[in-house]
Design a protein around this ligand. Structure first.
Ligand code: HEC
Ligand code: HEC
Ligand code: HEC
Ligand code: HEC
Ligand code: HEC
Ligand code: HEC
Ligand code: HEC
Length: 250
């Protein structure tokens, strides 16, 4: 009996690898989900008895504001993102009896379904693949889920520099466009354009630069250059900034 179960188990493991389908963490998450079907909502006050620090941070957050504490037996407060917590609370904690959206963002999509679509666009941050998390860029407990808004005063770019350090510079010739944030040119979640750009051709640059203002290039003007990208290898190949050329060509 035992061997049979083992064979079935390994066959399943093999199939899931072979199909390249379910990442292991997702399989683990499904086990959690199955268990959570038996759990019930206990309410934020119960979580707070052990997670005082999280509650303190969370109180001022945007998700706390949309929460309705009077709605009994529903996903409110902490449990809107962590799922029903009775089993976790009864066990006085534990890792595999509560949803942690760092491991799987599926619960976020119950409300932000449009974001799932964005991460499915051809060029995207590998969140659905499990290589990074919403929490790498968003602070879900904090006052601001988007830590770069007017309230938090954090620069939008800081969150990107955590992983894309080379874009911080300093460059001798810095492209002032970066002052408006990486999102002036890139779609943070995903895009139909390569490199997650907000536009695929010179329209990207024309959002801020008016063509007639461009200087001439030798005896040609910019208008005579075939329409296409401005950042091809012979042109402004360093759109973030350059240490060698003030026109960001190399
Ligand atoms: C009786 C105390 C207690 C209560 C009540 C409690 N927790 Fe926990 N929780 C813990 C402990 C202890 C850990 C750390 C477990 C570990 O690291 O092994 C933990 C860990 C967690 C984690 C991290 C899990 C992970 O993947 O590492 C989350 C999320 C969490 N709790 C959320 C909640 C929520 C939401 C509630 C309310 C529904 C809640 N907890 C209620 C004690 C509690
Ligand atoms: C809007 C969604 C959201 C809500 C609401 C929320 N959390 Fe979380 N929580 C997260 C995410 C995302 C993470 C993973 C953060 C990370 O790993 O950086 C997390 C992580 C945690 C952890 C693990 C911390 C650690 O250091 O690993 C605990 C404990 C926790 N939350 C408790 C709570 C409690 C208690 C509440 C209510 C007061 C709450 N959360 C409300 C999204 C949420
Ligand atoms: C119960 C529904 C619900 C869940 C679950 C939920 N959110 Fe939200 N979230 C909202 C609502 C409503 C807003 C308010 C702003 C809006 O209209 O988008 C919001 C706002 C946000 C914002 C924008 C905040 C701002 O400053 O504008 C971010 C980022 C966000 N959520 C991320 C997440 C992530 C990541 C998760 C999962 C860990 C999550 N949310 C889970 C409903 C939810
Ligand atoms: C690489 C960093 C990054 C990751 C990962 C990320 N976000 Fe965002 N998110 C952003 C940025 C930057 C913005 C602001 C975009 C803007 O203002 O143009 C944003 C905006 C949002 C907003 C508010 C959008 C609006 O319509 O105002 C929501 C909601 C949100 N993200 C949810 C999520 C969810 C859910 C996940 C995980 C599945 C996630 N994000 C992962 C960077 C990220
Ligand atoms: C937690 C780490 C992390 C953070 C934070 C992060 N990124 Fe990324 N970024 C990645 C990874 C991983 C990839 C995928 C690289 C790959 O597929 O080779 C990526 C890819 C990209 C790409 C496409 C690169 C290419 O060659 O196609 C762009 C553009 C990008 N990120 C911009 C941003 C911006 C803008 C932010 C801030 C809103 C940001 N990233 C925050 C890790 C991160
Ligand atoms: C003026 C528009 C613009 C701004 C602002 C901008 N980028 Fe880019 N970025 C581009 C273009 C154009 C490319 C494509 C370059 C190529 O294909 O050679 C690119 C490519 C990238 C790539 C992939 C290729 C590489 O060089 O690694 C990453 C990662 C990236 N950008 C991150 C960022 C980050 C992080 C920020 C904010 C600090 C940022 N970008 C701000 C225009 C911009
Ligand atoms: C968000 C706005 C914005 C976008 C988008 C943008 N730029 Fe800029 N760019 C600026 C600002 C601001 C300056 C500095 C002021 C100036 O010289 O006009 C600048 C300066 C430059 C310069 C230096 C000009 C000089 O003679 O010193 C070049 C070259 C340049 N940008 C190329 C590009 C290219 C190529 C793109 C598209 C990939 C682009 N820019 C997209 C805002 C932007």
């Amino acid at each position: 009996m035992k061997t049979k179960a083992l064979i079935v188990f390994f066959a399943l493991v093999f199939v899931s690898f072979w199909a390249g389908g379910i990442p292991v963490s997702q399989a683990a998450q499904e086990k959690v989900n199955e268990m959570l079907k038996k759990a019930t909502y206990v309410g934020t006050e119960v979580c707070a008895t052990c997670h005082e620090k999280e509650l303190k941070e969370f109180k001022l957050s945007i998700h706390a504001r949309i929460s309705n504490d009077k709605a009994e037996g529903a996903a409110q407060g902490c449990e809107m993102c962590h799922g029903p917590g009775s089993i976790h609370a009864d066990a006085s904690g534990g890792k595999d009896n509560i949803i942690n959206p760092r491991k799987n963002p599926e619960i976020c999509f119950t409300c932000h379904l449009d974001k799932k679509m964005e991460f499915r666009l051809p060029y995207h941050h590998p969140v659905l693949e499990g290589h990074m998390s919403c929490a790498d860029c968003h602070n879900l407990h904090g006052v601001d889920a988007k830590p770069w808004t007017a309230t938090s005063m954090e620069d939008v770019n800081e969150v990107c520099f955590k992983c894309h350090k080379d874009k911080r510079g300093p460059f001798v010739f810095q492209h002032d466009a970066l002052r408006e944030g990486c999102t002036a040119c890139h779609q943070a979640h995903g895009s139909v354009n390569e490199k997650q750009l907000v536009a695929r051709d010179w329209n990207l640059c024309l959002r801020c630069h008016i063509q007639p203002n461009f200087p001439t290039l030798g005896n040609r003007t910019h208008t005579e250059i075939p329409q296409g990208s401005c950042w091809s290898s012979t042109c402004h190949s360093q759109p973030h900034g350059s240490n060698f050329d003030k026109h960001f060509r190399y």
